[in-house]
Design a protein around this ligand. Structure first.
Ligand code: ATR
Length: 277
């Protein structure tokens, strides 16, 4: 019988994770008799760690790099959307030592835009997604769930975009980054899911000026908070939403599942996390 509800984030390395700050803030705010700790788990130690959850040591937790794919096989059930995304980032301990896995990244993406750009998805027009890696999968699933009529997936390596578009199905068409200009005029949303923007990198030749004045530009990169892409979009008078909110919002469903309270992303929480960037 667990008295103090213990949750975790596991990864390798893990010490730079902001998740303990986010969940710790909510635990204190809601006066929960619980804890949330970062635990460094090497790949070879993952099965034993999952066994400790089965044995009742934890109510659940988050899973990050490099375990998001490997943990799949260790779950007793996996949410269908997590399966489509190809990654589990949240575990919940269930009765009889069973473990359920799901993925909250797509909810984080949607929650961030819903909070910071209300009405952003109302017209469900064309969205342009830049990048075809793991993060793109969660964004594509999110946009598909919201009923976008056309999702244009552009990637440096076109073959990867073509393969991912075929896998996700629905209204996803694939192309090269260089084709941005031919899709821009009809786009209501641009999402960067690549790592471009970190470490002083930037997109070259992305003609943001061709987007409609009403378009929204968002980035999943949050270091720096204002990426060159977002700065360029703002200079053109376009609406922007930065990536920090996705990190904050993806934490909500896990906390609710473990502790039974749905927490909120407040300006105070955001400021606390922003101060660590
Ligand atoms: P993640 O899981 O974080 O999405 P990933 O799977 O390694 O990471 O995907 C990284 C994405 O960023 C890919 O779409 C990658 O493009 P390629 O498929 O062509 O490799 C993109 N990316 C990274 N660096 C890039 C760069 N300098 N220029 C263009 N695209 C880049």
């Amino acid at each position: 019988m667990i008295h103090v509800k213990k949750a975790f984030v596991i990864g390798h390395p893990i010490k730079h994770s902001r998740s303990p700050l986010i969940h710790g803030t909510w635990i204190a705010e809601h006066r929960i008799d619980g804890s949330y700790e970062a635990i460094d788990v090497a790949p070879e130690a993952l099965p034993a760690f999952v066994d400790s959850i089965r044995a009742g040591a934890f109510v659940g937790g988050n899973v990050t790099i490099p375990h998001k794919e490997a943990v799949f096989a260790l779950c007793d059930s996996v949410d269908p959307l997590a399966r489509t995304i190809g990654a589990v980032n949240t575990l919940v301990a269930q009765p009889e030592g069973r473990i359920h896995g799901f993925n909250t990244d797509y909810m984080g993406f949607l929650g961030n835009l819903d909070q910071n750009a209300p009405g952003w998805g109302d017209r469900r027009v064309r969205a342009i997604v830049l990048g075809a890696g793991g993060a793109a999968r969660a964004v594509l699933v999110a946009l598909r769930e919201r009923g976008f009529s056309e999702i244009v997936l552009l990637n440096r390596t076109v073959d990867k975009a073509v393969a991912l578009a075929a896998e996700i199905g629905g209204p996803v068409v694939a192309g090269a980054l260089g084709e941005f200009a031919s899709y821009a005029a009809g786009a209501g949303l641009v999402v960067n899911t690549t790592s471009i923007g970190m470490h002083d990198t930037r997109f070259e030749d992305l003609e943001l000026g061709l987007l409609p004045r009403t378009a929204l530009v968002t980035d999943i990169v949050y270091v720096p908070l204002v990426t060159p892409l977002l700065a360029d979009a703002r200079a053109l008078g376009l609406r922007t939403v930065d990536g920090l909110g996705m990190l904050l919002h993806q934490a909500i469903p896990g906390f609710e599942a473990w502790f039974g309270v749905r927490p909120a992303v407040t300006p105070e929480l955001r400021a606390r996390v922003e101060a660590t960037l």
